[in-house]
Write a protein that binds this ligand. Structure first.
Ligand SMILES: NC(=O)c1ccc[n+]([C@@H]2O[C@H](COP(=O)([O-])OP(=O)(O)OC[C@H]3O[C@@H](n4cnc5c(N)ncnc54)[C@H](O)[C@@H]3O)[C@@H](O)[C@H]2O)c1
Length: 453
């Protein structure tokens, strides 16, 4: 099929590359000139394992190309995917300006009947708004056809995006027209050969499904984090509780890991947008508000624990942070818990030594002044970060941090203090090595005298 994908971000690039991999002819439109230049040379502006080589391969064999020319980019397409960002607006609702701009452009440039598919996460009713905008323009241009807009929300996870797209748990097709549904069924058939994982529903149901899925996952995380808070008070280890409840099939093992909060480009903004939708509909979103509030609190816990450990004397301390991206496997910093911690530490006069395998350049752009002033240093070596630190904080559980040489690290640090923001370490082992260990919702183990800063 001839496909056009509008927007070369995490979703657009992965979709374009994977459709090309299945033999489709794909054109990807990106309006950002810098991004477009990089992509045209086969260089990918984001970190996503496997993506660069897949894109390079299909640029070379001609299955995939990038353009900035909207009219030319859509000219041959049978199916056009909208994959632009839908960030939070000022009131928390989804800001649809990029999606609606694309709709206007489509209305101005579409020459023949094609199917428009919205892959961006958008509130219920957006498909209808996009269709209205396009068809109004088509009518003004005396075109004798109209286009339909389907919804195909994306469920890929950054860090394993290619695998998620190639082997999806399910593909949601929101489509109110039988022929269009058939087109999308054919397009997705190679991705779901083993099982019938294509779920067809109305456009509005598909739009809502995406929000409900993200809100539910965020709820699981905030629930376990609230339980972790209780565990701390009750002298219970949340890790034992997690195993205890996760073995129940009705609960399951996923998304019940206590930690220092969720971030990223989806959960925070999608929960906020759903709250706004509920408010507009006169429904009190009590659960969603609590999910959001718990997450905001959770992001502050590591700083609170550090301040408590140093009895409030933070000025002049050196703190090492492991992991900056919002989760492992990506360089995405959007709403990352690490940023909340770094901001609080810098404001308290702490020197921060931060380490991440891929996200340091994005962090450097954000903290240029602090880097110049020597208040913050960045490295991709966990050992360099730990050198001379008064405490080490794990924020993002990259594989590189799972089994470091803690005996070596103990000798390098000023004080062997470890705050485990993702509960990935064996507390007893670390205590035996001489560390003071604190996790989230776990009893503190080991001890360490606090020296003067
Ligand atoms: N990132 C994820 O993990 C993820 C997962 C599932 C769903 N989503 C949803 O998918 C959508 C896209 O997310 P993303 O993370 O890929 O966004 P992104 O911000 O990484 O990328 C969007 C891209 O679209 C480009 N763009 C904007 N307007 C354009 C226009 N008029 N023409 C051409 N290009 C344009 C931008 O320059 C940018 O490169 C969002 O609605 C998001 O909620 C994201």
């Amino acid at each position: 099929m001839r496909i056009c994908v509008i927007g070369a971000g995490y979703v657009g690039l992965v979709s374009a590359a994977c459709f090309a991999e299945m033999g489709n002819q794909v054109t990807c439109i990106e309006r950002d000139s810098e991004r477009f230049q990089l992509l045209s040379q086969g260089r990918v502006p984001i970190y996503e394992p496997g993506l660069e080589s897949l894109i390079a391969a299909h640029l070379n064999n001609g299955q995939l190309r990038f353009t900035q020319d909207f009219a030319e980019g859509i000219s041959q397409a049978q199916v056009i995917f909208i994959a632009v960002g839908t960030p939070s607006g000022e009131d928390g609702s989804a800001d649809l300006c990029h999606v609606l701009n694309v709709a206007e452009e489509l209305g101005r440039h579409i020459q023949s009947r094609c199917l428009i598919v919205d892959k961006s996460t958008v509130p219920v009713g957006t498909g209808e708004r996009v269709a209205q905008r396009i068809n109004r323009q088509l009518a003004a241009r005396d075109k004798k056809f109209q286009v339909n807009v389907a919804s195909n929300p994306e469920f890929l996870k950054e860090g394993s995006a290619l695998d998620d797209f190639m082997r999806p748990d399910r593909v949601i097709i929101g489509c109110d027209d039988g022929q269009d549904t058939e087109t999308l069924r054919r397009l997705y058939a190679p991705f779901i050969r083993n099982h019938e994982r294509l779920l067809c529903m109305s456009v509005r149901a598909a739009e809502f499904t995406k929000y409900a899925a993200n809100a539910f996952l965020a709820t699981k995380i905030s629930f376990i984090n609230e339980m972790a808070g209780l565990c701390t008070r009750l002298g219970v280890d949340i890790e034992e509780v997690r195993r205890g409840i996760g073995s129940d099939k009705r609960i399951g093992t996923h998304f019940i890991y206590a930690g220092c909060g969720y971030g990223g480009s989806c959960f925070p903004k999608d929960v906020r947008a759903l709250i706004r939708t509920a408010e507009q509909e006169g429904i009190e979103p009590g659960i969603l508000r609590a999910v959001e509030a718990r997450n905001a609190l959770q992001k502050t816990l590591l700083f609170q624990a550090l301040r408590e450990h140093f009895s409030g004397f933070m000025q002049g301390r050196v703190i090492a942070i492991w992991g900056l991206s919002f989760k492992p496997g990506t360089d995405d910093l959007r709403e990352a818990p690490s940023l909340v911690l770094i901001d609080a530490l810098l404001a308290a006069g702490v020197t921060v030594k931060a380490c991440d395998p891929v996200a340091t350049s994005a962090v450097a752009m954000r903290y240029q002044m602090e880097l110049q002033a020597g208040q913050l240093s960045l490295t991709d070596s966990p050992y360099t970060a730990a050198q001379g630190a008064d405490a080490l904080v794990l924020v993002t559980e990259w594989k590189q941090f799972r089994q470091p040489d803690f005996a070596r690290i103990r000798g390098m640090m000023r004080m062997p203090v470890l705050f485990d923001g993702r509960n990935i370490y064996d507390a007893r082992q670390l205590a035996e090595l001489g560390f003071l260990y604190r996790g989230i919702g776990r009893p503190q183990l080991g001890s360490c005298m606090v020296s003067a800063a």
